[in-house]
Design a protein around this ligand. Structure first.
Ligand code: ZN
Length: 620
């Protein structure tokens, strides 16, 4: 059958115990001057060089007569086969022991891979269709394994091993594959089947999950007016003890979560963990439009051999982060109060980092490859997140559009416009275009807005903008180290204002280890650094658990003698405690909103489109 496909891959988990996939690639018409092959150095959606070729254990080649063909390694990720008559067979093994949404993982319990981890690209033929045969591991132990992927099926049954196809290399690497004994449930949105496959030990209430996800997906589809054309959509979930991550694809998403994030049968409420999980699903689903189809021009096509910087990640990740939570309240899954708590927590994360005064979100986007994705202990002081500040800019832009058009237009209009003009026809978005479209929709000059908050380091003026929807933006000191913000201060008047050390503290066997020390904090002024282990305060032994309570007994302004280790050297310093700064955000509904404010709020948070109609709408 391979005559129809000039490139055919076959993939086989040759040794689950040793975490090895065996891959064979048949190239009908190799380059007569010698075929070049290469592996991706990064995976779209995760902006860091990962050198996937490092997991290729061995690779060799044979020609149509089964004679060996010499292969020379050209650089870390590419090979050159000697000239030969076709077909050329490349065979290799890939070590798969990375349990993340970005890599490949194989053991006797399940297998998972992204195409970027396992498929070599045939240089010069990346635009050609290919066939992919996927087989289960050998042996009775694997008789019940199934496969979950949105790779288009050739002759494989639904969720069965067999033959799949991809129209080009770009598609080949955009459908992750899970294999094993997963649980499967389905629902429908816009006439398109949506499936969820869960791998790993869990007790999740699948019907509940389907009901809730359907509401979220329907809300997103209603906003964009349509679901991009696809045969089906798939949520691939790996449930583990502790873990969190998601990666978007053209018709699926890979998610890693804690089993505690999933709803249990008879659990009726949405607790914080489940709310986070729904937010993650919502985020990746929104990417179906924003980044998978509405894309920065520099990603068309992707150059997977090297970094591809763009100043626009704040829009693709920030706007997506804004809508992931907004869809929870718009779909009716959470109430206004719960939504405002989430927004307050996002704002708190931004307000607590002084790095936001040193790096703009445009710069953070551009340097994502070497800074955001390679964070160290200095991150809060030196960089800003294009996710969290990007989400606040999206909120500020939404409110600006609403305010300047008397609530006739909003960020929803901007997203629909981007979908119609760029995403749907497959045109890349050039730098500056989102800014230009926003100004057109606002019918106002927004250059100052973007210069200050996107290209500059200004805080978006949420205090002023939230007035429009009758919400107060408030700041208060953190209550304790676990205070994530988002809630009003406790009613009871505390005896004294909380004191501030200005460091994030972790456990250590001999004391309290400083994981991060914030700029201009008492800890920094005392000469303490990340990595230092405090063992005593005023000669009393401390650890992570008692450090905070011990310091809380001192009034702000007091000086404490600190003993600490840097590496293996003991030192003593004097630490002057300060009152905790007001860096914790909460949003409160105004006690008396005007009718206009209430209406604007309803338009913003309510189901602004008839979501019910989406269920019946035919996918087009
Ligand atoms: Zn994202």
């Amino acid at each position: 059958m391979s005559q129809n496909y000039s490139i055919a891959y076959s993939l086989f988990p040759v040794s689950p115990e040793a975490h090895l996939f065996r891959v064979r690639c048949c190239i009908e018409q190799p380059d007569p001057d010698g075929q070049r092959l290469s592996m991706a150095n990064w995976i779209p959606g995760s902006y860091m060089i990962r050198d996937f070729a490092r997991n290729v254990v061995w690779l060799n080649a044979t020609d149509g007569k089964q004679a060996p063909v010499t292969v020379e390694k050209l650089d870390k990720a590419s090979w050159q086969a000697a000239p030969c008559e076709g077909p050329l067979y490349i065979e290799y093994e890939v070590y798969a022991w990375d349990l993340s949404v970005r890599g490949a993982h194989l053991d006797t319990g399940h297998g998972y891979f992204n195409g970027t981890s396992v498929f070599v690209a045939v240089d010069g033929q990346r635009d050609r269709p290919c066939r992919i045969d996927i087989a289960p591991p050998a042996g009775d132990a694997y008789a019940n394994w199934r496969i979950a992927t949105t790779l288009p099926r050739l002759d494989a049954g639904l969720y069965r091993f067999g033959s799949y196809q991809a129209r080009d290399y770009d598609e080949l690497i955009d459908h992750p594959v899970e294999m094993g004994e997963f649980d499967l449930a389905s629902f429908e949105v816009a006439g398109t089947p949506h499936d969820i496959a869960i791998t790993g030990k869990h007790r999740a209430d699948l019907p509940r999950l389907c009901r809730d996800l359907e509401k979220i997906c329907t809300t997103h589809v209603a906003m964009f007016d349509e679901l991009p054309k696809m045969e089906r959509y798939l949520f691939l979930v790996m449930a583990v003890g502790e873990g969190y991550g998601g990666l978007e694809h053209r018709s699926s998403t890979s998610l890693l979560c804690s089993r505690n994030d999933l709803p249990l049968p008879a659990q009726e409420t949405i607790n914080d963990n489940y709310r986070n999980f729904l937010g993650l699903c919502s985020h990746e689903y929104f990417h179906l439009w924003n980044i998978k189809r509405i894309k920065p021009a520099v990603f068309m096509p992707y150059d997977l051999s090297r970094e591809t910087p763009t100043r626009q990640l704040w829009a693709f990740e920030g706007i997506t982060s804004y809508y992931d939570e907004l869809a929870l309240v718009r779909s009716g899954l959470i109430g206004t109060e719960s939504y405002l708590q989430l927004l307050g927590q996002t704002a708190t994360r931004v307000w607590r980092g002084s790095g936001r005064f040193k790096q703009s979100v445009a710069e953070s986007s551009f340097d994502a490859w070497s800074k955001f994705y390679k964070q160290d202990e200095s991150a809060p002081n030196n960089i800003v997140s294009y996710y969290t500040k990007g989400a606040l800019i999206a909120l500020a832009l939404d409110l600006t559009l609403r305010q300047s058009t008397d609530d006739a237009k909003s960020l929803d209009d901007l997203m629909r416009r981007l979908w119609q003009d760029y995403g749907k026809p497959g045109v890349g978005v050039p730098e500056g275009e989102i800014e230009r479209l926003a100004a057109e929709i606002a019918d106002a000059d927004l250059s100052d807005f973007f210069a200050r908050y996107v290209h500059g380091t200004g805080d978006p003026p949420l205090q002023r903008l939230l007035e429009h929807v009758g919400i107060d933006f408030c700041l208060r000191p953190a209550r304790n180290a676990d205070d994530k913000g988002g809630s009003a201060p406790a009613e009871t008047t505390e005896q004294q204002p909380p004191v501030w050390l200005g460091a994030r503290v972790a456990n250590d066997s001999i004391g309290a280890r400083l994981a991060q020390v914030f700029d201009n904090s008492p800890a920094q002024k005392a000469g303490l650094s990340a990595g230092d282990v405090i063992i005593a305060c005023d000669n009393i032994k401390v650890n992570k658990n008692n450090l905070e309570t011990l310091l809380a007994d001192y009034p702000p302004g007091s000086t404490v003698t600190v003993h600490a280790f840097r590496r293996d050297e003991l030192f003593e310093t004097r630490l002057q405690l300060e009152p905790a700064p007001a860096d914790t955000v909460y949003l409160a509904l105004k006690a008396r909103s005007t009718t206009r404010q209430s209406l604007a709020r309803e338009r913003w948070l309510g189901q602004n489109r008839d979501s019910q109609s989406v269920k019946q709408a035919v996918n087009h």
